[in-house]
Write a protein that binds this ligand. Structure first.
Ligand code: SF4
Length: 427
């Protein structure tokens, strides 16, 4: 089992990083509730926020109509904001009403927002108090999804990090896979690990509170998502050991991720090959087909989801693209280092954002494809640049072998569409 070959001219791990701390254009951490509430089937996310927060959630969730929704907003009215009403008393009343009506709820997250932070409602005190009232049937935790301090994927990080201190202790040697994956993708991953003979495997977040995940000094954890810096730190504080690896995007990334686990769990090379050879070949074929329009094209990443570095590695090494700039809201060496090692030297690596300066750079470079937030995509399209919405990459199943072709397809689609429009305009 060999490690992936480093690029001939060296990787980007020690490349100079352009650090920017200016204006940012990103969604807030409340957005994560959309995928987290689907994953955690007995959880409820109660945002303590304003009507704006409620609208954001509704529009991000699309027009789904739920008989029994699993997220909601406790709206702070003017009286609360002016400090005229006791928000804690009202919150307790709302939670009691909700839990009485919904006995299926086993985990309740109080999610902070910009307004709750500005008026300094202490949600950790509220969560402690409500936990005492509603335990043992319901566990109440809190985290912040406020746009003041989070980008949109940090909402998941903050949610998972809030769970780590309350998970039970174990001394068992177990693999913990960290990061919410769609159920179908998680099942594929569990099947691959089982075929390799690795187990027991736990997931954080688990689908239900009863599938309890425990943590201890013999827990080896690997991240499935690259935006989990706070959770990574919380797990290390509990004594768990991180398995560093490139992220499982594309054939190469998935193989390297599985190999990192195989090495820790002493999987024989034959067992590894037997489990991975067939899906690897399928993934290679699918990528080759889907990346026809990507080969030789350039790409520019605005910092948005923290998926940028592993995706740039996938697109440059497996799809023949060249990266002009790879921006990420945060770069964490322990988490992004293995992907930076493999990303061929050349692109500007940037951390944080000063949106006007970055727009100047993208206009000067005129890349074939720009990955950015929704707010920037339309203006850039109007200037003739093809764009890809970063948020789509979080809502679409993109991990592991079976999704590798779809992942390449997500990037080739805007380029194909642009070339079709050009043909039509020429006719
Ligand atoms: S948390 Fe802040 S940024 Fe997010 S919707 Fe509410 S007010 Fe807007």
């Amino acid at each position: 089992m060999n490690a992936p070959t480093p690029p001939p001219g060296g990787g980007c791990r020690s490349a100079p990083v352009l650090k920017e701390r200016g204006q940012r254009e990103v969604f807030c951490g409340l957005t994560g509730i959309i995928w987290l509430h689907r994953k955690m089937q007995d959880a409820f996310f109660l945002v303590v926020g304003s009507r704006t927060c409620a609208h954001l959630l509704q529009s991000a969730a699309g027009v789904m109509i739920f008989a029994e929704p699993r997220f909601g907003t406790a709206i702070l009215e003017e009286g609360d904001l002016a400090g005229l009403a006791d928000a804690h008393v009202e919150l307790d009343r709302e939670v009691a009403r909700l839990l009485e009506r919904r006995p299926d709820i086993r985990q309740l997250f109080l999610v902070g927002s910009c307004p709750s932070e500005v008026i300094k409602i202490d949600l950790s005190r509220a969560a402690e108090r409500l936990s005492q009232v509603h335990a043992p049937h319901v566990r109440v935790l809190n985290y912040s999804g406020s746009g003041i301090e989070t980008t949109f994927t940090e909402g998941e990080d903050a949610c998972l990090a809030s769970m780590v201190p309350v998970l039970p202790e174990t001394t068992a040697r177990e693999l913990l896979v960290v990061g919410a994956l769609p159920d179908v993708v998680e099942d594929q991953m569990l099947a691959l690990l089982s075929d390799m003979g690795v187990g027991p495997v736990r997931c954080l977040p688990a689908r239900r509170i009863d599938h309890e995940t425990a943590i201890g000094p013999n827990t080896q954890f690997i991240l499935a998502q690259p935006f989990l810096g706070e959770t990574h730190a919380a797990l290390e504080r509990r004594g768990a050991t991180h398995i560093p690896a490139p992220f499982p995007f594309g054939e190469e990334g998935t193989t390297a991720w599985l190999k990192a686990i195989a090495q820790e769990f002493d999987v024989p090379p034959e067992a590894f090959a037997a489990a991975t050879d067939a899906p690897r070949a399928r993934a290679r074929r699918a990528i080759a087909q889907a990346s026809e329009h990507l080969n030789g094209r350039s790409i520019f990443f605005f910092p948005d989801s923290q998926l940028e570095i592993p995706l740039a590695r996938f697109l440059t090494r497996e799809c023949g693209m060249s990266a002009v700039e790879v921006g990420s809201p945060y770069i964490h060496d322990a988490i992004h280092g293995p992907d930076l090692d493999l990303l061929p030297a050349g692109p500007q690596i940037s951390e944080g954002q000063d949106v006007d300066l970055q727009l100047d750079r993208v206009r000067a470079a005129r890349p074939d494809l720009t990955v950015c937030g929704l707010g920037l995509a339309n203006p850039l399209e109007a200037e003739g640049l093809a764009t890809k919405w970063a948020i789509e990459l979080v809502f679409t199943p993109v991990h592991f072998y079976e999704q590798a072709g779809d992942l390449a397809g997500l990037f080739s689609r805007p380029l194909r569409r642009k070339s079709l429009l050009k043909v039509e305009a020429a006719e």
